[in-house]
Design a protein around this ligand. Structure first.
Ligand SMILES: NC(=O)c1ccc[n+]([C@@H]2O[C@H](COP(=O)([O-])OP(=O)(O)OC[C@H]3O[C@@H](n4cnc5c(N)ncnc54)[C@H](OP(=O)(O)O)[C@@H]3O)[C@@H](O)[C@H]2O)c1
Length: 284
């Protein structure tokens, strides 16, 4: 695929770094060069020779979005930013690839299909849902809805490995159920949809495998890393008791993968990718 016509936003984030590695000839931008939340920045950008926008930019601090400043930032980037990219894509006849989240749902259904009505619980989720609506109005769009992303950067697996290395036996929530998504799977799904010119629309994209809780994932991490430490279960309610400014989280994050598989892409099992990820982390 000719990646020289790809424009990448949020190039320093977890997904952005993985997309840069996959598409070395893509035009990679950060928020200083291309601030997606600012129409002036988007409209004055040189779009000549760009065919496809890969939007890896986002405000991703779920609890931060519950603060007055965070609420503004989340809406600015996730809703207005997505709308700005949708507008320029429509004006310049570009394909827009955008990333969404299980947080656009309240988590009462499982698994979530692509056509489930939006029902966000948190400010982050609402701002992402608004972005989905804006992007979904474009003819040439792919929205990849994902969950529990693991790549380069601060993430759950790294946090748990660091606790295990310090000998800490953590207490972890066992009532939020879902699947990890390694960035390699997300990049693979994007590449497949774009290169095969799959039908435009929304696709769920996570690793496949048994949906599990964060506590179960932690037990798997500790087992694979050889940490002989017990992981205790707690509920989301107990874990956040007495803490202010915590965003409500969907209890069921599992996304139905049937549409992506029918389009010809089969994601790896999360356990296999987790094992490889841990090996690499421990050999650093
Ligand atoms: N992480 C998850 O578990 C998860 C789960 C589901 C969905 N998602 C979605 O997946 C996408 C990528 O997530 P990620 O984990 O890779 O995020 P990330 O590591 O937090 O990276 C986000 C990037 O967006 C950039 N950004 C922020 N505001 C911007 C702006 N106004 N203009 C341009 N760039 C801006 C940031 O760059 P600067 O430093 O330059 O500002 C940052 O590098 C997001 O849409 C997110 O909502 C993530």
């Amino acid at each position: 695929m000719d990646d020289s016509k790809f424009l990448l936003t949020g190039a320093n984030g977890q997904l952005g770094l993985a997309l840069r590695a996959e598409y070395p000839n893509a035009r990679a931008t950060d928020s200083k060069e291309l601030d997606i939340s600012d129409w002036g920045s988007v409209s004055s950008f040189d779009w000549d020779n760009i065919s496809t926008i890969l939007n890896a930019a986002g405000y991703t601090d779920v609890d931060g979005a519950e603060t007055p400043e965070g609420r503004l930032a989340a809406w600015k980037v996730n809703a207005q930013g997505a709308a700005n990219l949708a507008r320029i894509a429509a004006e310049k006849d570009l394909t827009l690839v955008h990333i969404s989240t299980d947080y656009v749902f309240d988590g009462t259904k499982s698994p979530h299909t692509e056509d489930e009505p939006l029902s966000p619980l948190s400010i982050y989720g609402a701002s992402k849902a608004a972005g989905d609506i804006a992007v979904g109005n474009n003819a040439k769009h792919y929205i990849l809805r994902t969950s529990w992303v693991i790549g380069e950067g601060k993430n759950f697996v790294r946090t748990m490995l660091s606790l295990g290395q310090k000998g800490v036996a953590p207490t972890v929530v066992h009532d939020q159920i879902g699947r990890l998504t390694f960035v390699s799977v997300l990049v693979g799904a994007i590449d497949h949809l774009v290169s095969t010119q799959a039908a435009f629309g929304t696709y769920n994209a996570t690793n496949q495998g048994e949906p599990v809780s964060w506590a179960d994932i932690t037990r798997t991490i500790f087992h694979e890393a050889g940490f002989n430490l017990q992981v205790a279960n707690t509920t989301t309610k107990e874990y956040y008791e007495g803490k202010d400014g915590i965003a409500p989280r969907p209890l069921n994050s599992t996304l139905d993968l049937g549409k992506l598989q029918a389009a010809g892409f089969t994601p790896n099992n999360w356990h296999d990718d987790l094992r490889d990820y841990i090996k690499k982390e421990l050999n650093k």
